[in-house]
Ligand binder design. Structure first.
Ligand SMILES: [Zn+2]
Length: 592
């Protein structure tokens, strides 16, 4: 309320587009779109909801969650201080506001992100709240509408924030299976892990006029490529031109467009069900259901939260604790075995399959059929190289959208043929380039993540070297996730994290420690199920022994999965990724 009062006091505001001085009330009446130049100012979630839903229909969903600081993250400020400040300045509990409402009389469940709250970053709480909203849509059999505004995953929650991309995606997959419409509305800005998951793996993707969306941000791409970016790069019109969004919509037309789409898809559903659409009555028990939600929130985490590795797993044999920054360098060692090395040493009879069937064959992803101890499997992995020439030829293991689509094709093929999938993850991240963005990097990653959450065949992932953010997760949503002892797996590179949260990049070693990116840390957090010990000379010092150990670990983990019926596999995989939002209290103890 005070925020509103304060805003009213500010009678004038300056347009970020044309610098015109505008009367505040006139601007608000114009939905915060500049009447002079058409610039769409960013909206907070409460104002966005007011603009979209029918008056009086909004029923907020509970945003009560346990306090989140799952990895005890500290940069120049402890994470809880940043959370407290964000809450005070926005009046919100988190970076998303979730509700049920009607839009033009059509009932929907909505999750609206708010960029003012820590850059709309996707942490465990945000993932949990959006997942619950999707589950509510499934329960109520209504469409899900997501309005995105985010810089990406929340660094301060490490790899657990990365897991939220899978958690929300599998909730969207459930809506797909149920034939319920999902719509995302991209608003400015939508980047990183949000772009590469629920912002783009919905049925319909609308971009608000002026919104920018992409996987890698323009600053990173400029830095990596050293080139100026094309005019209008990553803007709504650019996205439309490159086939990545269904439409670009002016803010004043957004509500009307949603009403039309909801009406059209509802008519289709009703026709399939054999009866005409009837306006849905608000259930009388709504208040009770809200009470149920609150009761559910109060429940302690269930058995799914038991993430401690079993006695036979997580065998970290080296008692000496290596510094996280040293491990980062071990994981990047140029002599470290690559996917093709393991295909030679761990598997037999590899037959490589090429191409995404859409126009490309990405050299940073290799895949094909192979045998593991006589059993046929589909192996898909990132390929780096040992020499500079190899690394350049393989784009340093950074997959393009064509690479992610090749992987997707091979995953689906494996499921059809009844072959288990083994993935070997070793990438600094997805390709941060202009053409990768033009070809839909975010959507390609998002589709892989969603598909893996429901792939009806065993999936076993191994982080063998670098597990870099969404590019790694695109191959790592699995029934079992193994990690070589000196591999790392992180939501962002330590250098990137240091550049954002510390005064400069020289803080990368501190960032590496704060991110909890080593195998033992991730095993304690439940992100990884088992650490595969490396020989004392490390993987690059003794590749043969490393291959021997990896083979044993693959067999020990794969064989039990072969007996599980596909439907149960998918259910268990869903539970595995569903728990990352809810078991934080339990996990937290394990990290100390
Ligand atoms: Zn203007």
């Amino acid at each position: 309320m005070t925020a509103i009062a304060r805003r009213e006091e500010q009678l004038w505001s300056r347009c970020a587009g044309c610098a015109s001085l505008l009367y505040r009330k006139r601007l608000r009446r114009n939905l915060d779109v500049c009447p002079e130049c058409g610039e769409h100012a960013r909206l907070g979630a409460p104002e966005r909801l007011r603009q979209l839903v029918d008056p009086g229909s909004l029923r907020p969903l509970s945003d009560l969650l346990p306090e989140a600081d799952p990895i005890d993250f500290v940069d120049v400020l402890p994470y809880p201080h940043r959370l407290t400040a964000a809450r005070a300045s926005t009046g919100l509990a988190e970076a998303v506001v979730c509700a049920t409402a009607t839009i033009g009389g059509h009932p929907v469940a909505l999750a609206v992100m708010d960029f003012r709250f820590l850059g709309g970053s996707l942490g465990c709480a945000v993932g949990e709240l959006i997942t619950r909203t999707a589950e509510r849509a499934l329960d109520d059999r209504v469409p899900l509408v997501l309005v995105t505004a985010s810089g990406g995953a929340r660094m301060q929650e490490g790899a657990l924030s990365l897991m939220q991309m899978a958690t929300v995606s599998q909730a969207i997959a459930a809506l797909r299976e149920a034939g319920l419409l999902t719509v995302s509305v991209l608003t400015d800005p939508t980047y990183g892990g949000v772009a590469a998951s629920f912002a783009t793996n919905t049925d319909l993707v609308l971009a608000e006029s002026g919104a920018r969306m992409g996987f890698a941000g323009p600053r990173v791409i400029r830095q990596v490529t050293g080139r100026a970016l094309p005019e209008g790069f990553q803007t709504a019109d650019f996205l439309l031109r490159h086939g990545q969004v269904d439409m670009v919509v002016q803010r004043r037309s957004l509500r009307g467009r949603l009403v039309a789409l909801l009406a059209a898809t509802r008519a289709g559903r009703a026709a399939r069900a054999g009866h005409p659409p009837v306006p849905r009555q608000e259930p009388a028990s709504r208040r009770e259901r809200l009470a149920d939600d609150d009761a559910a929130l109060a429940r302690p985490a269930g058995p799914a939260a038991a993430v401690a590795p079993s006695p036979t797993s997580g065998a970290v044999q080296t008692p000496a604790v290596r510094d996280a920054w040293d491990t980062v360098w071990m994981a990047r060692h140029p002599a470290r075995p690559t996917t093709l090395d393991y295909l030679d040493s761990v598997f037999d009879g590899f037959v490589e399959l090429h191409g995404d069937r859409l126009g490309g064959d990405c050299p940073a992803i290799v895949g094909g059929v192979a045998r593991l101890a006589g059993r046929h499997v589909m192996v898909i992995g990132h390929q780096k190289g040992h020499t500079t020439a190899e690394l350049v030829a393989r784009n340093f293991g950074m997959a393009s959208p064509a690479g992610h689509r090749k992987a997707l094709r091979l995953m689906r093929l494996a499921a059809r043929l009844g072959l288990p999938v083994v993935t070997l993850v070793d990438t600094p991240g997805a390709d941060p380039g202009v053409s990768a963005e033009e070809q839909g990097q975010a959507a390609a990653i998002a589709e892989n993540i969603l598909t893996l959450t429901v792939l009806p065949t065993p999936v076993l992932a191994v982080i063998t070297g670098e597990g870099g953010s969404g590019g790694a997760l695109a191959l790592a949503v699995a029934d079992r996730v193994l990690m070589l002892e000196n591999a790392v797996y992180s939501v962002i590179s330590p250098e990137g994290c240091a550049a954002i949260l510390w005064p400069d990049r020289s803080a990368a070693p501190q960032a590496a420690r704060a991110l909890r990116l080593t195998a033992p840390d991730l095993c304690r957090l439940g992100v990884v199920d088992e650490v595969v010990p490396e020989p004392s000379a490390a993987a690059h010092g003794d590749p043969a022994e490393t291959a021997h150990r990896l083979r044993a670990a693959l067999l020990a983990n794969l064989l039990p999965l072969l007996d599980v019926p596909p439907a149960m596999l998918v259910r268990l995989r869903r539970q595995r990724f569903r728990r990352f939002g809810t078991s934080r209290g339990v996990n937290r103890a394990g990290v100390r």
